[in-house]
Design a protein around this ligand. Sequence first.
Ligand SMILES: [Zn+2]
Length: 491
Amino acid sequence: MREPASSRTPSLPLNRHLRRRFGASVLVATSAWTGPLVSAGWAQGAADSSLVAIEGATLWDGTGNEPIPSASVVIDGDRVLCAGTVRLCPVPPGARVIDAVGRWLLPGLIDTHVHLLFRDQRGGGRGMEADLRDLLARGVTAVRDMGTDPRTLLDLTRSIPSPRIYPMQLVAGPRFFYGREAVHNSDGSVTAYRLPPAQVMRLLGWTPILYQRGDRPDSVVAQAKAAGAIGLKLYADLTAGQVRELVQAAHQAGLPVWGHAWVQPASVMEQAQAGQDGVVHVAGLAGELYPPSARDTLRGATALFEATAAVATRESAHDPRVLAALDTLARRGTFLEPTLDATVHRVAHYEATHPRHATESEAYVKAASEFGVEVTREAVRRRVRITAGTDYVAYGPSDERASLVGELALLVDSIGLTPAAALRAATADAAVAIGGDAALTLGIVARGRRADLVLLRANPLADIRALREVEWVMLGGQLLRPDQLRREASP
Ligand SMILES: [Zn+2]
């Protein structure tokens, strides 16, 4: 089968030069994996243990160091053995050499916010496999699933090509399970009633856990752990006291706790003070603009959308109450995951379709978009830790979904991060945000870390959109090519 020019064998003189220089056999870089990829097996170190050296790329290793030109990265099985200059990391005798001259080498990208499992949309089989291959082809080597069904997701993905998956367990209060809300037309008349969100999620095959007064937080944590979750994702209808109980129980068991910013009624300030590790969806900072007594009545999705649309503006993003919450996040090291690209996609969707029965109001999405950009700018100014989650949702045409490169481009263009800072939000900082084993093994290219890498044909430090130019992805030492991943996914 014909390969595109970009993935052909490197030129012979260079191969000869490398052989002479390193006395090593040169790996013809088209020889990607041919057998089935069992991602979990790979992740456990089932890879070929032979040595591989990636030579000549400019290495951006995610540690905060300056990029290293003409770098050498030596891999032993599924781990990085050495990363740095050729002098620091000479090619070991017998290593296979991958020529990467003129390319840029980065840690594999991490998307800290995806939803992968949609039983009634595209099933957990072929559709999901295509999505996972697509993510890999985009250089994404790890994802955090922000709440579907951890056990089923892990079971289904054990034997298919996939980024590493870190699933969170959804937890919410009673209203999320039993509340039925009216959806209003612009004239105030009722257009429809929403099913309780938990009921909708169950139809999708998701498994949210109910937490209400009198429940034991440690039993929620035990249930989450038994399902294979690596942390809790708080969704809705939880008070500040309940957030604190869940955080204490989860932390005692070594699990992080994240939640929607403004988990209704608990505000972002209250969530941070309760010790929560991160908040997602920056528009939720609109909750700070309501006093506790008002927030107590603002529970449920409709209330959230209407209350946000009523107060979220470019100006209110700079309100002292919002800034105080951001300062608390910064002081406590609580992460903020803005999910800007998802909002941009939703605005574009409304503008293109004007749906009659929207699941969230157009006014909310537009307000959330403008407010969210301004609040994220303030957050960066105040040194809040940012992570790049997309809220990638596995349905609809893939070009209509939020993407990691889209999120990073917004962080650069709209928020003013440097490309390197944006990259950190999707590599080193993302690994820390996931926590646990991911924090220790992913996110940077350094000795002992997993050999999860992405090689680009263009310089992402000059233009972050170079992330679209993926030459190959390496997952646990295994080389994967985007065209091959996508070809094998197509029927
Ligand atoms: Zn989400």
